[in-house]
Write a protein that binds this ligand. Sequence first.
Ligand SMILES: Nc1ncnc2c1ncn2[C@@H]1O[C@H](COP(=O)(O)OP(=O)(O)O)[C@@H](O)[C@H]1O
Ligand SMILES: [Mg+2]
Length: 434
Amino acid sequence: MQFTQNSYKTPESLAQEKTQYAQTTEALSSAPDSEGSTSYTDSNDTIGQTSNITEYAQPEEANVSQPKVEASETKNQPAASYAAKTAVEADSNVNTDSKNIAGQSTAAVQTTSTSRSKYCLNDFSIVRTLGTGSFGRVHLVRSVHNNRYYAMKVLRKEQVVRMKQIAHTNDERRILKMVSFPFFIKMWGTFQDSRNLFMVMEYIEGGELFSLLRKSRRFPSPVAKFYASEVVLALEYLHSHDILYRDLKPENILLDKNGHIKIADFGFSKVVPDVTWTLCGTPDYIAPEVVASKPYNKSVDWWSLGVLIFEMLTGYTPFYSQSHMETYEKILRCEVQYPNYLSPTVIDLLQRLITKNLSLRLGNLNKGAADVKEHPWFAEVVWEKLLNRSIETPYEPPIRPGMGDSSQFELYKEEPVDYGTTGDDPLACYFPDF
Ligand SMILES: Nc1ncnc2c1ncn2[C@@H]1O[C@H](COP(=O)(O)OP(=O)(O)O)[C@@H](O)[C@H]1O
Ligand SMILES: [Mg+2]
């Protein structure tokens, strides 16, 4: 068996130039205002109420003892898909039936796109880089029409094609467009130039859960439980529509201005009514059935949830190693050392998620997500309130909402961009929907 080491994460760019675009064509002004007026005061009997917000407003002062294994301060990079296996990934027919999830009536997969005319580069000015992705960058941008801020993910076509990620990229666009749920980012539109693909999304101001976790070192149980519970609802929603997420990790979980999660990055998501085989994800979070090249389905996301909860509570991932190969070997052995400060209840949950035995893994059994939600560790969670986002969040990002505040994001060196190119575009045929 051979694993492709990730080698395509864009390195820090060198140049410092900031490119501005400011011409006028179509407006973003028709995009709905993403600012809601939800009140977050109802916290009776719910998780989150026990945690101390101010403690987390100053995460550098937050707890605790050193983890036994030093977590890498660098982000976990996704593993490249098996080139050979990518061929197996035929375009799936998206199931656009809106299934109702019990108690989640507000959630529905949109069956049709909003018929807004296409955006183009001239609709935005680029403010700064928010993150470097596998195939390009995510920028904070501002609409020249309504002056609001958005996040714009840019993928280089040539890179996407070279890394055999055409199907994944088209899936990312299609699934982002379908998904409509409080804990996922919204995408407003896409377009392309002769070299790049562009996705315009709502801008999530609070930064990555990754940054908060590294600053805090580890989260107290109620805090980890709050984020984990929102993730459980998000996975339940996706799975009820036969969508696998496949890249759950703190880097892909953003915090909105109130501190609720917004999961970004559908780069490895796929509609899978039956099974799939592709090796993809990020090494530390990949399930053993994926590493072992077995056919798999929703089980993989529940494994990653276990790894995520472990990481939130300890500050490191259970199979961490400098070498991806060694991480994969550890995953296949599935021997997890649970630190003694973890409660027996959460260890029980983690053992039922981080298990190689698919007929024992919670989430993958007859009752699906309900088995996870009913586990005693989640006993105090009032799921309906959580879904309505009426539970007080454990941490409110210290930002000024609506102002393009990007203080919660790491700084990246800016480089000149070649966006807006015209001319020969032999790769356009691979991305007809952008
Ligand atoms: N909608 C968004 N709002 C704010 N930041 C975002 C948004 N989408 C992505 N980012 C930032 O950009 C980073 C990379 O984006 P992502 O979609 O995860 O790319 P990749 O697939 O390459 O990992 C994220 O980890 C996050 O920091
Ligand atoms: Mg990502």
